[in-house]
Design a protein around this ligand. Structure first.
Ligand code: DQA
Length: 144
């Protein structure tokens, strides 16, 4: 399957950004780990990161014909972007919400996800393993 992996605001600073919460892996390291896991499962990946809401929405639109599934870590947009939620609902490929940290165990505002109801699943709180779990879910959905 073709899997699009999208990262939102501030995730370009992984490795130096709040390492006690997000770890010391850079975004390049993380993407390489996701690519390797996806390849083991027989999937092809494309990656995109932006700090801009509209750019993320444009990428979802642009890749909606190529992607069979989407993994998205929208960063803080998770908690308030109805535009991103509607973009996810608008496209055909099932989208999986992914977070490095456990968003339910931090500040109360962070526990709210406005994109969740438009997503096929959510994988949160396990660092890079959150992405692996989402890829595993994509693989299971393929076999159904
Ligand atoms: C995050 C959690 C969000 O609340 C935060 O704004 C991020 C990263 C995570 O991966 O844990 O930027 O999505």
């Amino acid at each position: 399957m073709n899997v699009l992996v999208i990262h939102g605001p501030n995730l370009n600073l992984l490795g130096e950004r709040e390492p006690d919460i997000y770890g010391t892996m850079t975004l390049a390291d993380l993407e390489q780990a996701i690519r390797s896991h996806a390849e083991r499962l027989g999937h092809t990946t494309r990656f995109f990161q932006s700090n801009h809401e509209g750019a993320l929405i444009d990428e979802l639109h642009a890749q909606r014909g190529w992607a069979d599934a989407v993994l998205i870590n929208p960063g803080a947009l998770t908690h308030y972007s109805y535009a991103l939620r509607d973009a996810i609902a608008a496209i055909r490929p099932p989208t999986y919400e992914v977070h490095l940290s456990d968003i339910t165990a931090r500040e109360p505002w962070r526990a709210i996800s406005v994109i969740r109801d438009a997503c096929a699943g959510v994988h949160s709180g396990h660092g890079k393993q959150s992405y692996f779990h989402a890829l595993d879910a994509v693989t299971v959905s393929e076999r159904r």
